[in-house]
Design a binder for this molecule. Structure first.
Ligand code: ATP
Ligand code: LTN
Length: 327
């Protein structure tokens, strides 16, 4: 059975990009694979979060994932910081990845931007991500399109390590969905929908109320030529709406475009489809968020299962590089 691992940061409210690009596919992956999903709270430390916010957001994200259909009977759900092997392996891998490789990461360049004091953790972030993946011998890593480069780096690190120290890691592949891998901001369709950019009208949260979803879709930026067609370059706003619709219906956005003549009709149906797609998740979220002790139990059980797998791989890597095993 294939092994899957993916992670998501507790850095803010989940949006449609996170849902269609990643989380929804995790729910189907758990049916056919041995899947591990982790809330990457250590990665979120690369941003300046209030400690109480980080704690609350980590548990809230676990509630959202459970509400989305992540089922602890079918997969392993855990918090990254509960499994110390992630940090241990990250150090070993940092001694293999190079400064030049990390400097080329576009997410680092975007996030470091013009910050005056760039944290070292933001720079080494992709190596911790490589450790997350390699510890579980993952064959598949379901992510959105923006993580392609990080996955390439993970493969590079794994291959280099295997060549230098002998076969130690499984070399993983990114699994990126056909529709929904890159959901764009509704107000700025040239940039991706993002948790860390403040764009309230451009971002639809997966817990947004139906009236908010309707309003945001109605106000979504399109163009003036009045022709409904799927053209990402020439008509990015409309293409984004068709992509969201396609992701809801499981249909090709181009096919959907042929059924519409007016932007208004399309927008109305897109809003309705989104509201219906999110309704079950939103209802279940109430149940989980009202029972945090149960969520903590699920995460504890997940950490036990994750540690069992991760510790074995860590030991294999530690042995390979020449660290002495404890008697
Ligand atoms: P930020 O938006 O703050 O940069 P993020 O949402 O990209 O954060 P994560 O929460 O770690 O970062 O992402 C979780 C998953 O969601 C990843 O697999 C990522 O590829 C995917 N994802 C994020 N944004 C989008 C988007 N706009 N479209 C499709 N997938 C996305
Ligand atoms: N870097 C990812 C989040 C992430 C991840 C992972 C994804 C951390 N560790 C392991 C897949 C597998 C992001 O920023 N979206």
């Amino acid at each position: 059975m294939a092994r899957v691992l993916s992670g998501i940061q507790p850095s803010g409210d989940l949006h449609l990009g996170n849902y269609f690009g990643a989380v929804r596919n995790w729910v189907s992956d758990q049916e056919r694979t041995d899947a591990f999903f982790c809330v990457v709270d250590l990665h979120a430390l690369t941003q300046s979060l209030d400690p109480e916010d980080l704690r609350r957001q980590s548990l809230d994200l676990a509630c959202v994932l459970l509400a989305a259909g992540i089922d602890p009977e079918k997969c392993t759900l855990f918090l990254q910081s509960h499994v110390p092997s992630h940090q241990q392996l990250a150090w070993i891998l940092e001694c293999s990845a190079t400064f030049g490789e990390l400097k080329r990461m576009t997410q680092f360049k975007d996030k470091a931007g013009d910050q005056e004091a760039v944290r070292v953790g933001l720079f080494t972030y992709p190596v911790l991500m490589a450790a997350d993946i390699l510890l579980y011998d993952a064959n598949e890593v379901p992510v959105g399109d923006d993580q392609r480069q990080h996955l390439e780096l993970t493969r590079e690190i794994a291959n280099r390590f295997n060549n230098r120290y002998g076969q130690t890691f499984v070399v993983p592949t990114a699994t990126i969905p056909k529709v929904g891998a890159r959901v764009m901001d509704l107000q700025h369709p040239e940039r991706k929908m993002s948790k860390s950019v403040n764009s309230p009208l451009g971002t639809i949260g997966i817990l947004d109320k139906p009236v908010e979803i309707e309003k945001k879709i109605k106000k979504a930026v399109t163009d003036n030529d009045g022709i409904v067609s799927f053209d990402v370059e020439a008509k990015p706003g409309l293409a984004n709406l068709l992509t969201l619709f396609g992701a809801c219906l499981g249909e090709d956005p181009e096919e959907i475009s042929k059924r519409y003549e007016r932007y208004g009709d399309l927008k109305k149906d897109v809003a309705e489809a989104l509201i219906e797609s999110l309704r079950p998740l939103q209802e279940r979220y109430q149940t989980f968020s009202a029972d945090i002790p149960e969520v903590l139990r699920i995460l504890h059980h997940g950490a036990l299962k994750a540690r069992e797998v991760a510790e074995v791989t860590y030991q294999r890597a530690a042995d390979a590089v020449g660290l002495v095993s404890e008697a």
